[in-house]
Every structure is written in structure tokens, then in C-alpha cells.
Design a protein around this ligand. Sequence first.
Ligand code: FAD
Ligand code: NAI
Length: 462
Amino acid sequence: MAEYDVIVIGAGPGGYVCAIRCGQLGLKVACVEGRETLGGTCLNIGCIPSKALLHASELYHAAGHDFAKMGLKVADPGFDWAGVQAYKQSTVDGNTKGIEFLFKKNKVDWLKGWGTITAPGEVKVGEEVHRAKAIVIATGSEPSALKGVEVDEEVVVTSTGALALGAVPKRLAVIGAGVIGLELGSVYARLGSEVTVVEFLDQITPGMDLEVCKALQKTLAKQGLTFILGAAVQGATKGEGGVTVDYKLRKDDSAGSVEADVVLVATGRRPYVAGLGLEGVGVELTERGQVRTDAHWRTSVPGIYAIGDAIAGPMLAHKAEDEGMAVAETIAGRHGHVNYGVIPGVIYTSPEVASVGKTEESLKAAGRAYTVGRFPFMGNARAKSYLMGDGFVKMLADKETDRILGCHIIGPQAGELIAEVCVAMEFGASAEDVARTCHAHPTCSEAVREAALACGDGAIHA
Ligand code: FAD
Ligand code: NAI
């Protein structure tokens, strides 16, 4: 007889949400987590601490740069790094403890320790073997290694070390102009570091709408970040005066280097399945090391499911959460569903960048006829009052049916604004549906409506 209906391995956003949902659906559930605290990468060393540092550094920067423009006087803004770190940690602690409370509330047993699947329906934690009808792998991801660059988490760091540096470095080199590089690069640039970002490709944030990429790069360059694009990093060497990052420009093979006090390696993440015993039970991996799943998150072994960063798809907390809920519903005999076409992506720089659905480049490549509705935040009263008139909303709609295919925003509160478009897309709305919906004035959300209007007869304030 199984002790549990479900054992979830990993208590990140995928695993903890799955476990809570299982509890809510009346399943007897346990969640195995080896970390001291619940919440996984996201709450402990990812989304939450990075957003805390982004928030604090944004306010500090505003105090030094924008307050005077609004007639506000603050004498000599400064920061106490230990205090900033303590604020970050208290934000993390509040959230991880919150998950413990939710586990108790929803009768989820936390099995403390590292889990190994010893057989289908069997998970070993420490010396104890627990049995369950279903097992969900939600073990997340870890930073990818980069050849020639040895991480010590002190001067050559991944995001984990970068969130907890002993001091703000004078010079920070970032390898990789993806989400982590730009968010953490922004934090340290605002706090006074000279930040140089070395990127392999010829553009930053690959996969994002190109118009938005270009606008973001321009904005970040204005904020003091230096970009070296099309550069293949050859290695990082520690010396007396810091670390030297050597690269070769891909266009002509010419060599260059960046001197830094700290180097952040942010070249992507890979699924974490070490020690899980997958080989022993026959759970297949893809050629990219992800746990192979079908459309219902079933692995190659009956009764074993997988979700989140450990499987294919964008490595995002909300994608993991949605899969967590859906797999719980599937195991409970319901119909779990995730709409992979409507998963927003947000970069929490200033201004924020948010995106959902198709990019213009992908529509062109697919030969699909579309209309573009653009609206600049310069025409939005609320954004201008925030001194954030740069940026725009770009909506893409099907030329024939007007159905919204994608939306890309760079501007104030972009991460909040995109939610409206996600709901619209989930309901198969047309741009006209959004355009005909009354939006409160003055709000930044009016810019989304104006972009929708621009897909039709035209925006009013542009
Ligand atoms: P994880 O959160 O990685 O959790 C997996 C858990 O499983 C871990 O706690 C691990 O200890 C545990 N585990 C692993 N193996 C075992 C085992 N054998 N036994 C027991 N426990 C085990 N995403 C966003 O959407 N928004 C953001 O703003 C954002 N910011 C980020 C910032 C940074 C710096 C980083 C690194 C990531 C960020 N992400 C963000 C990505 C996000 O953190 C991940 O997509 C998300 O955490 C994936 O959730 P998960 O549940 O799949 O795995
Ligand atoms: P990423 O995949 O976003 O970016 C990695 C970048 O490194 C790419 O631009 C890539 O071209 C570049 N790169 C790869 N190899 C390189 C090399 N040898 N030299 C120079 N550049 C190289 O990965 P990142 O930033 O590490 O983030 C990992 C994951 O965490 C992402 O999948 C992301 O979804 C998630 N995340 C999400 C956040 C959010 O939603 N706001 C915030 C932070 C992370």
C-alpha cells in the first residue's frame, strides 16, 4: 500500500505549487526538499532576492537622479550594503516561511533531505524509503558551466554569488546579455559599478522582439552599461588586480579582454537531475539533458511525471507553477492544461520589458500576415509624470481576423501591463476587443489600449 498518493521532489515554484494543489484536491501528498528552506531557486537565490536588489537599487538611483527633477530634496543619497543585503534576506525569509505555512495549511508533508527514486513509486530520503502512487520530478535547474571560466562564487560568480557579494565591485564583467546578466548588471550599475557585458550573439536578449531588444540596449547603454557583442569568451584568468576576461570577436577573430574585479557568468541554466537515480529507473532525458515528457508531463516511466526547469520550455517560475497545478489536476483525474502560447516573459530592468506570444520576426519567418499597432509612452500622461516617457507598446494582430498574436512592451510597469494582454489572448480576443475596453485614466494601461487602437483606425494620443 502506498503511503502517499503523490510525492513531489523539489519545492521550487513547480514543486511547491504542485504539492499545494494536490493537497487541495484531496490527495495525500509529500514534498521532498534538500535545501534548508522551501521555495527553490526562485525564492532563495533567484526571482525574489534579485527583485529585492533591483527595487532597492532603483530607489537609490532615483533618489540620486530623478528626485531633484521633481523638486524633491534628499541630502547625499547613499547606501549601507549590509543593510541592503539584510533587506534582501528578510524578503526571501518572509516568502520561504510563507510556503511552510501553506504546506501546513494544505496538509503537505515536507520530507527534509535529498530524494532518490529507487524504483517506480519509491523515493528514498536519507535512510527512509517512502512510497507513492505518483512521483513528480520538480528538481529545477543550475547555472550552466562555461569552458575556461572557473566559478568560485567570490570573484567569478554565478547569479547565486552575485546576489550575495561582500561589497559592490568597482568593475563588474558580465558574460551573457540574457535576463540574469541584464537584471544583475543593472543592479550593480545603479550602485556605481562599471559594468561591461560580453555577449556571444550580435544582439542582447536573444529570442525577444528585435525592436524591443534594440530599444533596451540603447536604454541600458544610457544607464552606463557597456556592451561587447558578437564576442566569444575564451576564458577568465584571476590575477593580482582582479580577473581578465578574454574574448574573440566572432566577425574577425580579433582578440580583446575586459578587466574586472568580479565576473558574473550568466550564460544560461541547465536542468538539475543529479543524484535522482533516473538512469536506474529508466527515466529518459533529451539530448539537452531535460527530463523527456509528453503533453501530459508523463516521463518514459509510468507513474513518474516531471515539470518546471527540469523539462523543456522557458525556465520561468510561472511556467513551472502552471505545470505544477496542471500535473496535480491530471494526477487527480482532472484535465490539467497549460497554454504554452501565452506565457509572458518579463525582464525587470528599468524600464521593464514584457513580452507574450509571437514576435514580429517569428511571424515574418512563418509568412503570416499581421498588423502592428505601436504606441509610445511619450503619449501617456501617467508615464510622463513618472519621467518614464521612453519606450512603447507594440501589439501584433492577425491581418485577417484581428486576433492578438503577440505583444511587446518596454516601459513603466511593463510586467504588470502584459497580464491584460495574456488574459485577452487566453480568451482569443481581437485587438479591437482590447481597444473597445474602457481603461482607467490616467494609467499606463491606456498605452496598451492605444496600441490596440493602432491595430485598427489609429491611436488617439499619437
Ligand atoms: P527550482 O526553483 O530550481 O526548485 C527546485 C528545487 O528542487 C530546489 O529547491 C532544489 O533544492 C530541489 N531539489 C533538487 N533535487 C532534489 C532532490 N533530489 N531532492 C530534494 N530536493 C531536490 N523566473 C521568473 O519567472 N521570474 C523571475 O524574475 C526570475 N528571476 C530569476 C533570477 C535568477 C537569479 C535566477 C537564477 C532565476 C530566475 N528565474 C525567474 C527562474 C526561476 O527561478 C525558475 O524558472 C524557477 O525557480 C523554476 O522552478 P522549479 O520549481 O522548476 O525549480
Ligand atoms: P539566458 O538564456 O537568458 O541568457 C544567456 C545569454 O548568454 C544569451 O544571450 C547567450 O547568447 C549568452 N551566451 C551563451 N554562451 C555565451 C558565451 N560563451 N559567451 C558570451 N555569451 C554567451 O540565461 P541567463 O541570463 O543565465 O538566465 C537563465 C534562465 O533564468 C533564463 O532561462 C531565464 O528565463 C531565467 N531567468 C528569468 C528571469 C526573469 O524572468 N525575469 C530573471 C533571471 C533569470
